[in-house]
Ligand binder design. Structure first.
Ligand code: AN0
Ligand code: CP
Length: 318
């Protein structure tokens, strides 16, 4: 694996899952693999889990870690080509990226969709520039269209909790006050489809996701009907993807909040969310605090997914 940006980079998914479970038994098994290798984790956007779990994964492998918050202390970066740089951005990303690459061995990048230009977002302009110009293996810590470390951890968690060979998984839109990227639901759908589980996606009309991620998932506009018989309920807000509404909030309808009545329609489903979650918008206190809520073990598995990815990047490139 040269870079890690999606499920397509992980190869055989069942082998990757087995590797994750093996690693989880003893996270220090490869604690010298990363000796004298430096991870540079670059954040263009906020993070709690990705920031900590990725560092922990690197430390477990014996790596050194540098974290850069681009918007706090670094120069503001121009990303447009041909721009006359007479504004507030003193440095161009085309110099900054190779410079950053020269200080490390592996680069992690978090850069959300900007919603300014759909082509830039869905063309993964920022992430691809890191791949092209850093000269180092690059992995996504949530880019414009995908959050593969999250989805890998989600799938590890599903494997740990599932009671059926092929569980029914419901990805439900839920309300949120701000415009959020489609990266988490896109990526979740892509990984669940790759595993071959039953996937039902429910959302208000107008929130259809890009078909390249949703594949053959069933789209059900009736949330109650979607929940019937579910084994896992995965809640997430996203902004509109299609047409001129790209990046817009079309609804804040709290009738879509995941509550105990809706969870009662499921087959005693587990509740999942990538976090951070807005309580009583996305999910009620009652559901997130219930025994069926597995959001904490889900977040804990972020160390494992990151460690499998870093281990492979180290092994395959150094
Ligand atoms: C981000 C998102 O929806 O993509 C990060 C989730 C891991 N969430 C927020 O910005 C609240
Ligand atoms: N789930 C997740 O990626 O959380 P952070 O945004 O806190 O990293």
């Amino acid at each position: 694996m040269k870079h890690f940006t999606s499920v397509h980079d992980i190869g055989n998914l069942d082998e990757a899952l087995q590797e994750a479970f093996k690693l989880k038994e003893n996270v220090f098994r490869y604690d010298t693999l990363g000796k004298n290798k430096t991870l540079l984790a670059i954040f263009f956007d906020s993070s709690l889990r990705t920031r900590l779990s990725t560092q922990k994964a690197a430390l477990n492998l014996g790596m050194n870690v540098i974290v850069l918050d681009v918007n706090q202390g670094a120069w503001k970066l121009e990303t447009g080509h041909g721009v006359i740089m007479d504004g507030d951005k003193p440095e161009h990303i085309l110099e900054a990226i190779p410079v950053m690459g020269s200080y490390c061995d592996i680069v992690g990048v978090r850069s959300f969709a900007r919603f300014e230009n759909k082509q830039d977002d869905y063309g993964e302009k920022i992430l691809n520039q890191f791949i092209k110009y850093s000269g180092k293996p690059v992995f996504s810590m949530e880019a414009a269209t995908r959050h593969p470390l999250q989805s890998f951890a989600d799938l590890i968690t599903v494997e740990e909790y599932k009671k059926k060979e092929r569980p029914k998984i419901v990805l439900t839109w839920a309300p949120h006050p701000r415009s959020l990227p489609q990266a988490v639901p896109n990526s979740f759908a892509e990984w669940i489809n790759a595993k071959g589980y039953e996937l039902v996606i429910t959302h208000p009309e107008g929130y259809e996701l890009d078909g390249q991620f949703t594949g053959n998932a069933k789209i059900e506009y009736d949330q109650d009907r979607a929940f019937e018989g579910a084994d896992f309920v995965y809640a997430k807000n996203w902004s509109a993807y299609t047409g001129p509404n790209y990046g817009r909030v079309l609804s804040r309808d709290r009738a879509w909040t995941v509550d105990a009545r809706k969870m009662a329609l499921t087959d005693n489903a587990y509740f999942m969310h990538c976090l951070p979650v807005r309580r009583n918008m996305i999910v009620t206190d009652e559901v997130i605090e219930s025994r069926q809520s597995i959001v904490i073990p889900e977040a804990a598995n972020r160390v494992i997914s990151a460690q499998v990815v870093l281990k492979r990047l180290l092994t395959d490139n150094y």
